[in-house]
Design a protein. Structure first.
Length: 183
């Protein structure tokens, strides 16, 4: 027989406003149903109560993702950024942080964060390219924290090249291009 919290999580959360698990269950149920605005109310209350102890990283991922989906991207970056600091090996948190950073307009940092998530999640999958990807990652991170390039003084005048445009050295040799065979 299903527990009352499982049958109607929203009713259970309303009846038990200080039960963090009830608030989280209602948030998850609303999220799964595509009702993010409603889910946000329950996520916020569960967050105020300290979040569920058994899956804090998963809770923060859902909360941050929902914040992003309802347009509160700065709050999403804050929640997900703190979650990544608390759970540095959680690749999915890094991926959702990258999405929030992209939504907030921090494109270089978003790409760097997603690349870092991939390299962290699957350390051996990129072995032949690890050095090159690591250099790209460092270049993206530098570009993300570098001050914005000022606009050219004269309309149409070229400005300085962006730092991210510089390519790091290749870690694998280039293949010789095949020339067209004569017929």
């Amino acid at each position: 027989m299903a527990r009352a919290i499982d049958r109607d999580p929203e009713a259970w959360a309303t009846a038990h406003p200080d039960d963090v698990d009830a608030q989280a269950a209602a948030a998850y149920a609303c999220d799964r149903a595509g009702r993010e605005a409603q889910a946000l109310r329950y996520y916020q209350r569960a967050f105020e109560l300290g979040g569920p102890a058994d899956d804090r990283a998963g809770f923060l991922l859902g909360f941050g993702s929902t914040l992003r989906n309802v347009g509160r991207v700065d709050d999403a970056v804050a929640v997900l950024g703190e979650a990544v600091l608390a759970h540095p090996d959680h690749a999915a948190l890094r991926a959702f942080l990258a999405l929030a950073l992209g939504s907030a307009g921090h494109h270089a940092l978003a790409l760097a964060t997603m690349l870092d998530a991939g390299l962290t999640a699957s350390p051996t999958a990129f072995d032949p390219y690890r050095r090159a990807l690591g250099e790209y990652l460092r270049a993206l991170q530098e570009a993300a924290v570098a001050p914005a390039t000022p606009a050219p003084a004269t309309p149409g005048a070229p400005g300085p090249a962006p730092r991210a445009a510089r390519r790091p050295a290749r870690s694998t040799p280039r293949r010789a291009s095949r020339s067209r065979r004569s017929r």
